[in-house]
Write a protein of this length. Sequence first.
Length: 780
Amino acid sequence: MSMETLNVIQFIELLIGFLGFTVGLPALVFYKKVKHFQASVRFLIYFVIGNFYIINLVQVLELVYASYRITLILFTILPVIIAVIKIYKIPVWSYIKKIGSELYHYILRELGFRSFLRHRLKEVCKAFKFLLRQAVRLLKELWLDLPFLCILIYLIWKICGDGILNNWGYGASDVPVHNYWINGLVENKLYIAGIYPMGMHCMLYYLATVLNIPVYVTLRLFWLVQYSMIVFMLLLFLKGCCKTKFLPYLGAIGFVGLKYFMEISYSRFEATLPQEFGMLYILPAIYFLLEYFKTRKAELENGENKIRCCSSWNLLGFSMSFSLTLSSHFYDSIIVGIICVGIAIGYSAWIWRRGYLFRIIVSGVIGVLMALLPMAVAFLTGKELQGSMYWAMSIIGLKDYTVLVFRIICFAVVATTIVSIVFLIRGIKKKTISFTENRPIHTEAKVLLIIFKLFGVLLLAVLLFLGWREKEIVFWGLSQYVFDLTDFNWMLYAVGIAVIVGITVLVGIVQSYFMKNMEGAALLSLLSAEVMLGIILVSDKLGLPVLMENYRVCVYFSYLIPAVFILALDNLIGILCFNRFIKIQKVIAFGMVIILLGYSTKEGWMKKSFGGGDLEMNEAILCTTNILKDNKGKNDTWTIVSENDELQMIELYGRHKETITFLEQMEHWNQTKEILIPTERVYFYIEKKPLNYADEYEGKIPEISEKQAQKALPESTGMNAYRGKNRSVTMSRMYYWAQEFQKLYPNEFKVYFEDENFVCYYIEQNVYRLYNFAIDYRYN
């Protein structure tokens, strides 16, 4: 099987596994509860519940040192089976008795074997018909969406598939660090390198363990699963917020396919990283919060003011989504917080009312507690903080107080959790807290409502004024980090889009602040958030505190652009159609999607392909894959000598020795030098055409040669020996060592793999009579 085919198979396995565990299983349990929602909203509900359960399941099992494949499968499948039996009222005991009775009659020869099989076949057919009916029902619901879904999936594969097929390495230099942390989870060592948000690591560990895929393969391929789901979260968010059926596809297809985004704004998607993983939960959190305002408004107008109501379930979805962002990467939570500030502006006519605000605050606190509780428990029981935590605090100038701040937070989290649980239990026992009791509805004075609305208008005006006052710097930042508008004619399009958004925003202000509906509030919220992100993007140029680096901010800014634009178009179409004539709105949206697809294809607007890693040669990945296959079940009986990328890849299976360390040990060679590697097999990776690591070196790196081998061996500090021209010196030294060693042992020292770019040698040895690899190879 070719490596390309294997990559595709493993990618599909990861995709099906991820969706199966996070969407499929929750769908079995919760479908009856949420079947009245549209398909996009159901998917969001399943997705959030599934991710929340799996990530927290792993953390709990890790904390009690009981995380193994059998326990993960057991605690995944068993609750689903129990819930399905209870929800669908499956008569399990009656069925067992029926099977037992038929087996009894079969033993007594009163029932033939064919009859027994025929009964089972009827049951299988009945189950198959049930599944077929569900599939047909879903198909009827989505059949108009299928062509656009296929186009979107094709577009994602066209742009990113090359990364799976032709770039097999890691996509970022810090992925090996995450590999190490996931390896720690395999050994039941949560926070092996210190306390750090472990949401992504828990999910990848779960998939690797349950699906029996090596961790390094999961890290190599999951980036495309992650990116695909980020795109679909944007699509589902827009499907939930827009009134027009097809317009959301315009946003998703534009985000994926249009080339007018700077590469820096999407290049991080080509690696499996925590920040990008946490982006999966940003828009679900925002959707549930926006939906809360709609449902809460309807409940209060109908005189309903219970704890257990539809709006509370929306807030629970917000809490779970927010906790998932916080357990993945703090920056994702910051972005959710910024959008929440935007929501406070867009929904200022409602958010400050007593019937809304307190519940939002409680749900936010619950989300924080759910995410931080595992970290707090670990910290208070002696775990140290991971180095990135100090770095994050240094961004806001509090590096020296990191431990103190985190200790205060941990005590607050644990204390708040305990007090809340005690308060809730006592309240339920004393009947002072009731989930079903309808409480009196507090009505604010009209003067206060006017103040709320004016306050929102004032905040929006201040925000827009700040953005306009610093427009030159903000536009400079957008041109550097977000938009790639090299064609001047695009300024005309930009002006047209600005006019459309501006008109819609004005209408939205009128609708949100001076009318009783919330039609324009979501758009105003996201637009306000985008203005704030635009200011944060250039905060260093404005002399403001740097909340996060601009190369990170631009990723979020670009992600929200389609949401703002599509919500503006959706509102505009609704206004032009007087919020009626739904079929006409659908036709307009359908036509816009078709025009975009046709025109962008004709004019060459499509984004160039990206994805996969250039931090390691494909040949090295190929050799590592085959070595693992050849030595399956022979852990720790083999060693790879290479640069440091393979160190974490093979940590759970074999041993590793770094190339520069190997060479340093025989530098200034004499008869007393000795290098022994105590394993049965030893593999040596050597690059004939040294890799330009992360494309950092602007010139051309020389191929291996005697001239390069004659140069001084680079220092072994960090990645110094593998960067730029130093990599050529290191590989040249290694190559000529291999040539000399092969002369000494021509029959034992063999070629495992070789092409024009790369060669892998291997040798088998008796562990009781080891080869001394320290030799004089003329350049040491």
